[in-house]
Design a protein around this ligand. Structure first.
Ligand code: UN1
Length: 518
C-alpha cells in the first residue's frame, strides 16, 4: 500500500478503537484480560500485520459464558420492544461507522470496498428488521376441544446463543444472529473466525458502547476470540448455551452438530453451498451474464452463495462462454480499497493453494480450463493472495465438482433438455441456493416446484449470491438445514410453549376420557 493510503487506514483503525494489541474477549464494552496465545491479523491485501489479539483460553470462554447466563436473567425480563429499542440504537451506531467498518472488512478480509460497505449495510438492515420483529413475536391461539378452556402458544427467551461465524462475512452473519437473538431476549456469545479478529473487535466496540449506555448488563452481548478447539468446541459442548448457530465448512458444521447433539442442544447450521444456475435456450443472456459475473467473481468466489456451477443449454453454451470470457478479461484485480477494483485477493495463501490444488484435480479428472486460474505476481500481487478468476468446462460428476472449493472457479456444464438440467442441478451433496435464467413460464415454475431445485433458496432471473435479509437464509442437505436472518427465522432463537387455561368450574379431559370422578 502507498504511504498516503497507510495513513488513512491507520486513522480508520484508530477511529474503530483498534490498537496494536487487542484483548480477545469482551462483555459489552468491557474487554477482559485473556490468557490464550497471540493471534496475528494479516491483511491479504499486502501481507502486512494489521494488529494482534491476545486470544481467549477455554477458561476465559467459560467466564464469558457464565456472565452471559447471568445477564440473560435480567435481559429476558426487559419487554421485547424495549430490547428492540437497544437494537435500534446499535443499528444507528453502525450507520455512523459504515464507511470505516466497511474499509476494515476490505482490509482484513479482502473483499472490495463496495462489498465491504454492502456487508455493513446488511448488518444495519438486520438491525432494522429486528426492531420491527421485537413487536411481532407472535404465537398462534387455538380453539380448545374442552368447554371453558383456552389454548395458545407463546415464545419465551431461550438463553445464551452461541454464534460461530466464518471469515467471508466478518460482521453481517454475526448480526443476522445476534440482533434477532437480542430482541428475542437472549444473550449472545460470538466466536468470530480467527482470520478476521479485528472486524470483531471493531464491531464489539461499536455495539458494546450502546449496550453500556443502555444501562443493561454488559454480558448480554459478548465476543470470544480464540481457536476452534479452545472456544468453538467449548461453546458447542456447554449446556449453558442452548442454541449454537454456526456458519462455515461442512466438516466444521459436522463437528459442531456432533457436540451440540451429544448434549441435546440445538444446532443451527449454515454450511457450504455448491450453487448452480441453469441457463435455458430462451434466457436473456445479457441478464444472465451480469448475474453470473457478480455471483461467480464477487467476493473473489468466497461467498457460500457464490455461483459454482453454470448448467447451460448446448444451443447457447458457446455464446455465453464467449461473453463470459470477454467479461472476465475486463475484471480489474487488485487492491480492494481502490474504487476501480472489481476483485480483491483471496483471504490468504492457503486459499490460493486450495484453488491451485482444485485446478490440478479438474485437469486430472478430464476438465478444461477455458480462462484464468493463474496466481498473479509483481508489485502488490507478490502478497501471494491474488489470482485471476477462472472458468472451466467440466462434467457434473467429477469429484472436484461435487465439493465446494472456496475460490473463484466457475464450472460450465452442458445440458440437452430441461429435465436433465434439473437432475444435474440436484446431483450434488449440497443444497444452499440456486437459480434459473429463463423467460419460459413452464421452465421457471418447474424449477420452483417440488420436482425442481432442492435448495433452501431458488431464484428466477436473479443471481444466487446477494440475498436480501428479509427472507429466511439457509440450505438443505449438507448445507445444514438451518434458517437465519429474515422471515420467521426468529423462532429458532426462542423457546416455544403451549399453554392451556381452564376457566370453567369443571375438569373435562381431552380425547373424551372419563377418569374416576371427572
Ligand atoms: C455467506 O456467504 O455466508 O446472499 C452469506 C449473500 C449474502 C450472505 C452470504 N447476503 O450472498
Amino acid at each position: 500500500m502507498r504511504r498516503g493510503e497507510e495513513i488513512v487506514m491507520q486513522k480508520i483503525l484508530d477511529g474503530l478503537g483498534i490498537g496494536k494489541t487487542s484483548r480477545g474477549a469482551a462483555a459489552g464494552s468491557r474487554w477482559l484480560e485473556c490468557g490464550g496465545g497471540v493471534l496475528e491479523s494479516v491483511s491479504p491485501v499486502d501481507g502486512k500485520v494489521l494488529g494482534r489479539v491476545v486470544q481467549a483460553s477455554p477458561e476465559d470462554c467459560d467466564r464469558v459464558i457464565a456472565r452471559a447466563a447471568e445477564a440473560f436473567r435480567e435481559w429476558r425480563m426487559v419487554p421485547a420492544p424495549k430490547r428492540g429499542e437497544v437494537v435500534r440504537r446499535i443499528g444507528n451506531a453502525f450507520r455512523e461507522r459504515k464507511q470505516d467498518l466497511g474499509a476494515l472488512v476490505s482490509l482484513e478480509m479482502g473483499k472490495i470496498r463496495a462489498e465491504g460497505e454492502g456487508e455493513v449495510q446488511e448488518l444495519i438492515d438486520i438491525c432494522d428488521f429486528a426492531v420491527g420483529q421485537s413487536r411481532m413475536l407472535y404465537g398462534f391461539t387455538m380453539h380448545s376441544e374442552r368447554p371453558g378452556h383456552r389454548m395458545y402458544e407463546q415464545y419465551h427467551p431461550l438463553g445464551t446463543v452461541g454464534v460461530i461465524t466464518a471469515f467471508n462475512f466478518p460482521v453481517a452473519v454475526w448480526a443476522w444472529n445476534a440482533m434477532i437473538a437480542l430482541v428475542c431476549g437472549d444473550a449472545v456469545v460470538w466466536k468470530p473466525s480467527s482470520k478476521v479478529p479485528l472486524c470483531a473487535v471493531a464491531a464489539m466496540n461499536i455495539a458494546g458502547r450502546v449496550i453500556a449506555e443502555s444501562g443493561y448488563p454488559d454480558g448480554v452481548l459478548n465476543v470470544v476470540i480464540g481457536g476452534g478447539k479452545d472456544v468453538g468446541e467449548k461453546m458447542a459442548s456447554d449446556v449453558r448455551v442452548p442454541l449454537v448457530s454456526a456458519t462455515g465448512s461442512v466438516p466444521m458444521g459436522r463437528r459442531v452438530a456432533e457436540l451440540v447433539a451429544a448434549r441435546l442442544g440445538k444446532p443451527l447450521l449454515e454450511l457450504g453451498g455448491n450453487n448452480a444456475v441453469i441457463v435455458t435456450p430462451g434466457a436473456d443472456l445479457d441478464l444472465a451474464l451480469r448475474a453470473v459475473l457478480f455471483g461467480a467473481v464477487g467476493t473473489s468466489g468466497q461467498r457460500c452463495t457464490t455461483i459454482r456451477r453454470l448448467i447451460v443449454h448446448h444451443s447457447v453454451f458457446d455464446r455465453l462462454k464467449d461473453l463470459l470470457v470477454s467479461a472476465y478479461r475486463q475484471v480489474r484485480i487488485g487492491n480492494p480499497l481502490d474504487a476501480a477494483t472489481l476483485m480483491g485477493p483471496l483471504v490468504d495463501r492457503e486459499a490460493v493453494e486450495a484453488m491451485q490444488k482444485a485446478l490440478g484435480e479438474i485437469r486430472a479428472q478430464g476438465g478444461r480450463v477455458l480462462y484464468g486460474g493463474e496466481v498473479l505476481t509483481g508489485g502488490l500481487y507478490d502478497a501471494g493472495t491474488y489470482v485471476s478468476p477462472c472458468i472451466c468446462e467440466v462434467e457434473n460428476h467429477y469429484p472436484v465438482v461435487q465439493r465446494e472449493t472456496f475460490a473463484p472457479i466457475l464450472y460450465m456444464i452442458r445440458y440437452e433438455d430441461f429435465d436433465q438440467a434439473l437432475e444435474l442441478h440436484n446431483a450434488v451433496p449440497q443444497g444452499l441456493t440456486s437459480a434459473v435464467f429463463t423467460n419460459d413460464l413452464r421452465e421457471s415454475e418447474k424449477f420452483l416446484s417440488h420436482a425442481g431445485s432442492d435448495c433452501g433458496i431458488a431464484n428466477v432471473n436473479v443471481s444466487t449470491s446477494g440475498a436480501e435479509i428479509g427472507g429466511a437464509f439457509g440450505g438443505e442437505k449438507e448445507s445444514g438445514g438451518g434458517r437465519e436472518s429474515g422471515s420467521d427465522a426468529w423462532k429458532a432463537y426462542m423457546r416455544r410453549q403451549t399453554s392451556t387455561i381452564n376457566w370453567s368450574g369443571d375438569m373435562p379431559l381431552a380425547q373424551g376420557i372419563k377418569f374416576g370422578a371427572s
